[in-house]
Design a protein around this ligand. Structure first.
Ligand code: GLU
Ligand code: ZN
Length: 489
């Protein structure tokens, strides 16, 4: 049997980590089984439909390099299936269910349904939901409604007794009492639009989907879908509901934990290969130790058996670590190309590629995300403002002492660089001056770093000096000394 799986997002919001993980697991499973990965846009909910969400979906899949296999799109052989282009199919099948006695027309007005709901609430009735009023209408009653011009919805006849169960590859057998399944849910709305359940089941059948891999939050829909397959007389695909993605606090991953939209990770400068690698490990592992996988490797190695039953934890720190690793795997040339858009946003003059390559080589070790480059490179393009003088003073050091330390450092640096001394020699002299002044090493290095780069977080000192140039560095330290002096007076 050829494996056929699908990713079936509803374009109502941005693609987030959980959704993308579902897409990746489906994609890798299909590839590892030499099967097909199908993209299906479930846009039956017109009220929540958003064109931006659809753009974001395509952009995200493209960025991650996930290619889908088939689908009739206008103007090309490849493209997703789009449910809103298939409404006539759903209508036809819903009507067939009515003919077969598995579903029925319901003419109830929204007002009547609301009244029923209120009454159930007031009576604190166990029974919630539609009261199946239209389930056994006589043909005369139906005709009377039709003559009033009421356009009916189609509802599924859910058995009132018995149980429905299905096998989940990960969770085992899942069984629900039919009385707990939503009483006769709407399949087709009065405007001819299908509901999620109807379109989802028909499409999975027609597209010959073999395995449904989707988020665990869809488990409650499972029994209803099974009842639908039974009503149609179709065999259901296999189910594999994926454990949730949690934050480190054990709560479902949400905005509260940080950004969850893939677009935001992309904007911040996470590399697609890092995100893809890390997200694949959230709830899946190969042998429990190996962590690095290319997309091509995952296309070979992925297997359902190794999906964890326990919820997957999404650790932002770990993603940062992966991203740093992948950044360091880039050549300077490649990395600079990736950094350019971030640098270009600043408006800095960027014509000296040699200098930028030097910057890239030096910054490479310190980048967690690509956007970090602007903070690290600012000192090269803008004179520091030193608005907050306290950053000159290392812990436990007063500002006047910081000024003295910087004066000493200036002299040592100028003397050392002019005499072409080894970097380690100059560093030793700087360390010695700290001893003489009775401060820790940082009592000298920090004001120096702040003077040269304007920040306590920077590229390594001597690399910064080299990038900035000797004269420029010296002038800048002089400026810093003046600013400090004024501040102390
Ligand atoms: N359209 C549903 C969603 O947005 C698909 C659920 C499923 O995969 O069956 O998640
Ligand atoms: Zn009704």
């Amino acid at each position: 049997m050829q494996v056929r799986v699908r990713y079936a997002p509803s374009p109502t919001g941005l693609q987030h980590i959980g959704g993308i993980r579902t897409a990746l697991f489906n994609y890798f499973f299909a590839r590892s089984q030499k099967g097909s990965f199908i993209l299906r846009i479930e846009d039956t909910d017109q009220e929540r439909y958003s064109p931006e969400a659809l753009d974001d979906l395509y952009a995200t899949l493209k960025w991650l390099g996930i290619e889908y296999d088939e689908g009739p799109i206008k103007g090309g052989p490849f493209g997703p299936y789009v449910q809103s282009e298939r409404f006539d199919i759903y209508e036809k099948y819903a009507k067939k269910l009515v003919e077969d006695g598995k579903a029925y027309y319901c003419y109830c007005s929204p007002e009547r349904l609301e009244k029923v709901r209120k009454e159930q609430q007031e009576a604190k009735s166990q029974y919630q939901g539609y009261d199946r009023h239209c389930r056994n209408l006589s043909s005369e009653e139906r005709l009377a409604y039709e003559e009033q011009g009421i356009r009916p919805v189609i509802r599924l006849k859910v058995p009132t007794e018995g149980k429905t169960s299905f096998e989940d590859i990960l969770m085992g057998r899942i069984t629900r009492r039919n009385s707990d399944v939503s009483p006769d849910p709407v399949l087709l709305k009065s405007d001819g639009f299908p509901t999620y359940h109807l379109a989802n089941v028909i499409d999975d059948h027609m597209m010959e989907i073999t395995h449904i891999m989707r988020a665990q939050e869809w488990i409650p829909s499972g029994p209803l879908h099974i009842l639908l397959y039974e009503a149609f007389g179709w065999e259901s695909p296999k189910y594999c509901h994926l454990p949730m993605v949690m934050g480190k606090d054990g709560q479902k991953l949400s905005k509260r934990h940080g950004s969850t939209a893939v677009a935001e990770f992309r904007k911040e400068g996470y590399l697609p290969e890092a995100l893809l690698n890390y997200v694949s490990l959230v709830g899946w592992s190969y042998d429990g130790t190996r962590e690095f996988f290319t997309k091509e490797e995952l296309e070979e190695l992925f297997s359902l058996e190794k999906i964890n039953k326990a919820p997957g934890v999404f650790d932002y720190k770990k993603l940062d670590w992966f991203n740093g690793q992948y950044i360091r795997m880039k050549s300077d040339e490649e990395l600079l190309d990736l950094l350019m858009p971030y640098l270009a946003e600043t408006g800095w003059p960027l014509s000296d590629r040699g200098k930028l390559l030097h910057l890239t080589a030096v910054a490479k070790e310190r980048l967690k995300v690509l956007s970090d480059i602007t903070g690290l490179a600012r000192f090269l393009f803008e004179e520091p403002a030193w608005k907050d003088l306290s950053i000159f003073a290392a812990k436990g050091v007063e500002l006047p002492a910081a000024h003295t330390a910087l004066e000493r450092a200036y002299a040592i640096l100028r003397g050392g660089l002019e005499a072409n001394k080894e970097q380690s020699m100059i560093e030793e002299e700087l360390a010695q001056s700290a001893k003489d002044l009775g401060v820790k090493v940082n009592g000298v290095f920090q004001p120096l770093r702040v003077a040269i780069t304007g920040s306590t977080v920077s590229l390594p000192l001597f690399d910064s000096i080299e990038l900035l140039g000797f004269e420029h560095t010296m002038n800048r330290i002089q400026d810093a000394l003046n600013v400090l002096k004024k501040g102390i007076e």
